[in-house]
Design a binder for this molecule. Structure first.
Ligand SMILES: Nc1ncnc2c1ncn2[C@@H]1O[C@H](COP(=O)(O)OP(=O)(O)OP(=O)(O)O)[C@@H](O)[C@H]1O
Ligand SMILES: [Mg+2]
Length: 220
């Protein structure tokens, strides 16, 4: 088991008080199992993904991630802000619906950024090869706004996997793309998941993506 979520809850302020968005969610994900999180809009898919990626902390329950070569599980709740930052930086790749490339950096700089942050410069050639394979060779020195949505998302995936993280999380990665680009982007996520053996969790409405996954977490 690589991800263990136990009775997790998260509440957010709403108008007058607070509202439990996720009340009591538990599941296990086995190593290298591609998983989708599904459910209607507003049910808490993004929130759940942000929780297991360590971007936000739960208000109850526990989230454990098992790293390769580690003697025991890492409990995200027990990490302080600095440890959590390091954990995300070293072991997590995240793909967003709206691409989220750094606008002031070129495509190449965006993709090489995680290597600098994690001191994994030895992965540089692979990261650049991947950009070539993705058809972005002529866009290496372009800025994100000069790319189409599909191109930006391919670059964003190249960035998310550049440092070969053990966990790859994607929140509606094809939500902003047409059918053709969606299929391509999902295939890309899938290929990287298989090639790197990274644990892939995708929050999506897409049935196409759902069909690929070994495991589905259905929220309400
Ligand atoms: N930071 C926040 N502050 C207050 N409320 C929040 C916050 N983040 C999320 N929510 C609320 O939590 C609920 C779940 O949001 P979430 O984004 O997780 O849903 P979702 O399932 O991803 O929806 P969608 O399919 O539309 O992306 C929503 O009602 C949202 O307004
Ligand atoms: Mg969402």
């Amino acid at each position: 088991m690589v991800i263990h979520v136990q009775s997790v809850g998260k509440k957010f302020p709403d108008g007058k008080g607070e509202r439990w968005v996720i009340e009591d969610v538990s599941f296990k994900i086995e190593s290298r199992q591609a998983t989708v999180i599904r459910g209607p809009s507003g049910v808490g898919k993004t929130t759940l993904l942000n929780l297991i990626a360590g971007l936000i902390q739960p208000d109850k329950g526990e989230i454990e991630l098992n790293l390769k070569d580690s003697s025991g599980p890492t409990s995200l709740n027990r990490l302080n802000a600095r440890e959590l930052l390091r954990f995300r930086r070293d072991h997590v790749g995240f793909v967003y619906q709206f691409f989220n490339l750094v606008p002031t950096l070129t495509v190449k700089e965006n993709v090489l950024l995680p290597l600098a942050l994690t001191k994994r410069e030895h992965l540089r050639d692979q990261a650049l090869d991947r950009l070539h394979k993705l058809g972005l060779k002529s866009h290496l020195n372009a800025f994100p706004t000069q790319l189409s949505g599909g191109e930006q998302q391919r670059a964003a995936i190249a960035r998310a996997v550049a440092h070969e993280p053990q966990f790859l999380f994607a929140d509606e990665p094809t939500g902003n793309l047409d059918a053709e680009n969606s299929a391509e982007v999902f295939k890309l996520l899938w290929d990287e998941h298989e090639r790197l053996g990274t644990n892939l969790v995708v929050a999506t409405h897409s049935d196409d993506i759902g069909a690929y996954a070994a495991h589905t977490i259905q929220l309400a």
